[in-house]
Design a binder for this molecule. Structure first.
Ligand SMILES: Cc1ncc(COP(=O)(O)O)c(C=O)c1O
Length: 407
């Protein structure tokens, strides 16, 4: 006998993070897309309204001093730090992930002028490759693509930086961050980790791994809202020597001295370029309260329990589906993906039923499991809908064929 809904509900009753009510989710939606855009934490609307009306509206320019706008980055860094094994002082927030990648790649290359190669994994999220190509062009470096199954094989004495995404955005496959970092260091190269699909979902320990650079977005598992600012981490070993290239006034040692010549601020202060995005940072700070009292270990255990259940139900009920996500816990992030020739239409048909996942070219249907707000019963219900969509061939309906600009 296969697993029933009661079994899923029993898993919820046996323990859960108890954080579902920290989010505002529509009652008729099963949200399996938190790996794309996290759900809305309950405190964010009021916090944003207060920042807009009181701090901006009434406080006006005074709020830079009176409302702590200059301290926002540090306060948020303190909340994100334990999720990535970092000290708060080693994090900066404010740019998009793409701009953060640009800054860190340039800094890494300039630290090692004798090494002229950047190594990137070809199936990584496209922006990582695009930015690496742009940096290679700008600094006259070589861009080398590695074998995703063995990235270290491409790292030799010519390589300045190996840039990898820790959890793959299509398949959810996860690299061994510590082992790869150590392997690159043996070859004299630095490593940069893109943690977009890791932070807030899987444990990461940048300090223990002795990594060099890391970046990550905050709008997925951290629920910071659309376009919320990314973080940049630079090893404390490198901070004094690593210089980021967008040398704006907010990264100056004394921005309000208004001097002619640039002098970088100490530590991560120099990684700022322009004025802090106060509204976006305020939303993010409020959103991170959803993690209060939740350890990374508890998050990981809950995430694995949800993805295990999803995989088991697919195996039982849809055995022909090709699951592309690794089954070993050590190699799995917090999403599960499968291939289907009509993957786009399958996802559209699910969305029409209120089950929100997403599609990635060419044939991947992708489902993210955010343990803060998903239950095992949700997982069961989502599979029930998927079985209905596939059994009834709902995906063949013409309305599901037209591609939206955002998939
Ligand atoms: C792994 C990865 N890196 C980078 C990005 C893009 O980041 P941004 O739009 O913040 O530049 C994404 C977006 O989904 C991503 O999944």
């Amino acid at each position: 006998m296969g697993l029933g809904r009661n079994d899923a509900a029993a898993l919820d009753a046996a323990g859960g993070l108890g954080t579902r009510d920290r989010f505002r989710l529509p009652a008729d939606v099963l949200y399996l897309d938190g790996n794309s855009l996290g759900a809305l934490p309950v405190g964010v609307p009021a916090r944003l309204a207060a920042v807009v009306e009181d701090e901006w509206g009434s406080g006006l320019i005074r709020s830079w001093n009176d409302a702590g706008w200059m301290e926002l980055v540090g306060r948020i860094a303190a909340r994100i730090a334990p999720l990535v094994g970092a000290a708060p002082a080693d994090l900066h927030l404010g740019d998009s992930t793409s701009v953060s990648l640009f800054k860190t790649m340039v800094a890494a290359a300039r630290l090692q002028p004798g090494r002229r190669v950047l190594v990137v994994e070809p199936s990584t999220f496209p922006t990582d490759g695009y930015i690496a190509a742009g940096v290679a062009d700008l600094l006259d470096l070589e861009l080398r693509w590695c074998d995703p199954a063995d990235p270290l094989a491409a790292v030799d004495e010519e390589v300045a930086l190996l840039s990898l995404t820790h959890v793959d955005f299509r398949t959810g496959a996860m690299y061994d961050l510590s082992a790869i970092t150590a392997g690159a260091h043996v070859r004299g190269a630095m490593v940069q980790w893109d943690l977009c699909h890791s932070v807030g979902a899987v444990p990461v320990d940048l300090t223990q791994a002795d990594a060099d650079f890391a970046v990550g977005c905050t709008y997925k598992y951290l629920n910071g809202g659309p376009g919320s600012p990314a973080f940049t981490w630079v090893s404390p070993r490198l901070q004094a020597a690593a210089l980021q290239p967008i040398t704006g006034w907010m990264g100056h040692a004394t921005p309000f001295a208004m001097t002619r010549d640039y002098a970088p601020a100490a530590g991560m202060g120099q990684w700022a370029s322009g004025t802090h995005p106060v509204l976006a940072l305020s939303a993010l700070e409020s959103a991170l309260e959803a993690f209060d009292g939740v350890t990374v270990e508890a998050l990981r255990a809950a995430s694995l329990s949800l993805t295990d259940l999803f995989i088991r139900l697919l195996d039982e009920r849809l055995p022909d589906l090709e699951i592309v996500t690794p089954r070993e816990h050590g190699r799995r992030g917090s999403q599960v993906s499968f291939r289907h020739p009509h993957a786009y239409a399958v996802v559209q048909a699910l969305i029409a039923r209120g089950v929100i996942g997403d599609f990635r070219d060419p044939d991947i249907a992708r489902f993210g499991f955010t343990p803060l707000y998903l239950s095992h019963a949700d997982v069961y219900d989502a599979v029930e809908h998927l079985v209905g969509v596939l059994a009834g061939e709902e995906y063949l309906r013409p309305e599901y064929a037209a591609r939206n600009p955002v998939t």
